[in-house]
Design a protein around this ligand. Structure first.
Ligand code: CU
Length: 145
């Protein structure tokens, strides 16, 4: 948003010393800029936390393994070490009405820094695990308030 606001300021200065024709196109530009601004807000939902897939020393786990976020916030899962990993929500441990399959990311994350995100709109507790490392205890919990 800061960059957009700066553009507005620059254009305002220009408009003050030019004619009405330019002023009309400035209004058009303002409308376009407003649309762009709204789009930016839509693709940048409230960001809550980053969870690392694999510990810094190659531990098979999610770090941090348990977090609490607010409804509507987005959590990102970033591939760190000891991949491949994936993020699968436990159908027996998500809030009623939430489809665990739909919010899971079953495709393996194979490269460092690869990420997937989830936006949580329903309050409750979400249990999840990594399929390849479930046996090694790679699981986590997200509490949405
Ligand atoms: Cu894993």
């Amino acid at each position: 948003m800061f960059a957009v606001q700066q553009t507005f300021a620059t254009k305002t200065v220009q408009v003050n010393k030019v004619n009405k024709t330019t002023k009309a196109s400035f209004v058009q530009d303002m409308k376009k800029a407003a649309v762009v601004g709204a789009t930016v807000l839509m693709v940048n939902p409230a960001f809550a936390a980053t969870i690392k897939l694999g510990g810094d020393n190659g531990e098979l786990g999610f770090y941090p393994p348990s977090i609490t976020v607010s409804k509507g916030e987005t959590v990102e899962f970033v591939n760190n070490k000891a991949f491949p990993h994936n993020v699968v929500f436990d159908e027996d441990n998500v809030p009623a009405g939430v489809d665990a399959d739909k919010i899971s990311h079953e495709d393996y994350l194979n490269g460092p820094g690869e990420k997937v995100t989830n936006k949580f709109d329903v309050a409750g507790t979400y249990g999840y695990y990594c399929e390849p490392h479930q046996g090694a205890g790679m699981q986590g919990k997200i509490i949405v308030n």
